[in-house]
Design a protein around this ligand. Sequence first.
Ligand SMILES: *[C@@H]1O[C@H](CO)[C@@H](O)[C@H](O)[C@H]1NC(C)=O
Ligand SMILES: *[C@@H]1O[C@H](CO)[C@@H](O)[C@H](O)[C@H]1NC(C)=O
Ligand SMILES: *[C@@H]1O[C@H](CO)[C@@H](O)[C@H](O)[C@H]1NC(C)=O
Ligand SMILES: *[C@@H]1O[C@H](CO)[C@@H](O)[C@H](O)[C@H]1NC(C)=O
Length: 205
Amino acid sequence: MAENGQQRKAYDEEVASVAEREERRKKRMKCFAYVAAFAVFQTAVILVFALVVMKVRTPKFRVRSARFDDFQVSTLVTNASFSARMNAELSVKNANFGRYKYQDSNIEFFYQDYKVGEAVSPKGKANFKSTKKFIVPVDLNSANVPGDVLGNEFRQHAWIPLTSRATLKGKVTLMLIFKKNKSTNMNCTMNLNTSSRQIQDLECK
Ligand SMILES: *[C@@H]1O[C@H](CO)[C@@H](O)[C@H](O)[C@H]1NC(C)=O
Ligand SMILES: *[C@@H]1O[C@H](CO)[C@@H](O)[C@H](O)[C@H]1NC(C)=O
Ligand SMILES: *[C@@H]1O[C@H](CO)[C@@H](O)[C@H](O)[C@H]1NC(C)=O
Ligand SMILES: *[C@@H]1O[C@H](CO)[C@@H](O)[C@H](O)[C@H]1NC(C)=O
């Protein structure tokens, strides 16, 4: 009777320890699954961070619009000319997750390969994912363009195709500490309509 009881007890203990071991195994597996899931999550976070937040994007420097103060045009076929005071609105668009600080820059305006104006855009900053806009005055004139070349243009239509070019140098700061030099080019085309005295068909690369 006593022996029987002892056997019974041993049997119960064994069942209990098997169940316990099984329980512990399950717990270990669960713990392992958590660690693995966390590692995957962590990797995803780091990837998103590296690909989105830490990626350095090239800012966009462009002419947005222009107004004219004083506009003179002579459309003589043999000796055409123009001169105008232009207030050009420029912008620096910064798509980075951090500030873009840029130096001053020289902007040149051309008709074909003849320079017809230039201006200095002041140094400044475009904040985290934002667009900085500012106006610069430009004196445009055709002093460098042969009168007959421009006259031939006016014989075809009442507008002058212009381009504007510049290189802006600056630095992107990410996470307040990582700095990276980044420069950007302006390359815009526009038509100066001599009857409306406005810029039209403005496009920037
Ligand atoms: C052409 O016009 C400019 C003023 O727009 C004048 O100074 C120049 O003498 C003219 N040239 C000729 C060859 O007529
Ligand atoms: C970044 O630009 C600054 C100023 O333009 C220059 O002095 C510096 O050498 C440049 N750094 C790199 C790593 O190109
Ligand atoms: C500016 O863009 C024109 C196309 O509109 C392209 O032909 C030209 O090569 C570009 N110039 C520069 C300096 O990127
Ligand atoms: C230039 O402006 C005039 C007056 O606003 C307009 O009638 C004309 O269509 C414009 N030219 C072009 C090429 O769009």
